[in-house]
Design a protein around this ligand. Structure first.
Ligand code: NAD
Length: 366
């Protein structure tokens, strides 16, 4: 298990203790037993994770004398809504939650975003500890402070920045994660290496087989690299006014694929397709080496991830999604393109204007 401090925004003058590895939840229990006596601890989980990991964790925390309750909601992105947020708040009210109450988000990115958003607004802000249980949440969602819910009109339309008080990523809980969810998590791990860590990229190439078998040591290394990079980027630019945009590599195209497929293409697959497309585009646009684009495609393939958009996605829906991208400036579609594997552009040149038609062609593999 590795413990380190992630520097998050200076505005909040806070360092987030991050624990990654097998047995991280046992350390969480020790830490809470030492620091949370007398506080109400509310574990928030979805309906898949609650019986597998939530109930046992609550039992263990109670066994250590803590006042601990479990609040569960129905699993799935479809439930990352204002209604679910309200139901969690109703539960907090019924439990008599106060300023000292601590929320423990135990689950995937949906749980982290929801519980984080509840924590951001309950009594104008209480502590949330992130305990991610999906690979995607461990690699990406749990650190960085973005929280929120979806509206029918779009994902993450309502939310807040609320940094976690601490993060515990226990690799042991990944044993129950479905294979498809596990595979999808690698898209963000690969993305992180492309935008800022060439050595991590080379390790991913070397360790692919072990990583796919969920081997602890390489997985711990990969996640630590990812979280350190994210902490470094978010520490400099919490609100995504510049540098943080680099973490959006692949995402302009990915959002187009997700939206045009009616979210039938899972996020990780869409990010893999999006990265492959934007890397193709980056060859001409910013001189991304063709050899690096090839390495990226090979690595995605080795993780069992797709590199081309599925046939038959409606063009107009893809273009409409690109037109809504948050990085656009005055109607121009922009992509966050790295200059080579492990290196992003300088501030101000991170998001590059691209022709939407060219991006569509890149999604087809041209
Ligand atoms: N806040 C951020 O910075 C950020 C970053 C990336 C993604 N996200 C958000 O994260 C969400 C996607 O995250 P996700 O893929 O983890 O989705 P998710 O939370 O829905 O989890 C995926 C599925 O895996 C199940 N699951 C999770 N852990 C499990 C375990 N250990 N064992 C068995 N089943 C388990 C869940 O119940 C769910 O069915 C999206 O809503 C996205 O917007 C947020």
């Amino acid at each position: 298990v590795r413990r380190f401090l992630a520097t998050v925004p200076a505005s909040q003058r806070r360092k987030v203790p991050v624990v990654v590895g097998s047995g991280a939840l046992a350390l969480l229990e020790d830490d809470l037993a030492a620091t949370a006596a007398g506080r109400l601890v509310v574990v928030v989980s979805d309906s898949n994770v609650a019986p597998l990991h939530g109930e046992p964790l609550v039992g263990r925390l109670r066994g250590r004398g803590l006042r601990c309750e479990l609040v569960a909601f129905p699993a799935g992105e479809a439930h990352k809504t204002r209604e679910t947020k309200a139901s969690i708040e109703d539960a907090l009210a019924a439990l008599g939650a106060d300023r000292s109450t601590l929320l423990l988000a135990l689950g995937g990115g949906v749980t982290g975003d929801l519980a984080g958003f509840v924590a951001a607004t309950w009594l104008r802000g209480i502590d949330v500890v992130q305990a991610p249980t999906s690979l995607l949440a461990m690699a990406d969602a749990a650190l960085g402070g973005k929280t929120g819910v979806d509206l029918p009109e779009g994902k993450n339309l309502v939310g807040a920045f609320h940094q976690p008080a601490a993060l515990y990523a226990d690799l042991d809980v990944l044993s129950t994660l479905p294979e498809m969810e596990y595979r999808n998590g690698f898209a963000e791990i690969v993305k992180s290496a492309v935008v800022g860590d060439a050595a991590a990229f080379a390790r991913l190439e070397r360790d692919t087989a072990a990583l796919r078998r969920r081997r602890g040591a390489p997985l711990e290394r990969a996640l630590v690299a990812c979280l350190r990079l994210k902490a470094r980027v978010v520490g400099k630019d919490e609100r995504e006014s510049g540098l943080r945009m680099i973490l959006n590599f692949g995402h302009t195209a990915a959002h187009a694929v997700e939206a045009a497929s009616g979210y039938a293409v899972p996020h990780g697959e869409a990010v893999a397709i999006g990265m492959a497309a934007e890397a193709r585009l980056a060859i001409d646009a910013v001189g991304f080496p063709a050899a690096d684009a090839l390495r990226l495609e090979r690595l995605l393939e080795a993780f069992g991830l797709p590199r081309r958009a599925p046939e038959g996605l409606p063009r107009d829906r893809m273009l409409a999604a690109m037109a809504r991208d948050k990085k656009n400036v005055r109607g121009e579609v922009r992509c966050a393109l790295p200059r080579e594997i492990g290196r992003m552009g300088h501030a101000g040149e991170i998001a590059t204007g691209v022709e939407a038609e060219r991006l569509l062609a890149a999604l087809r593999g041209d």
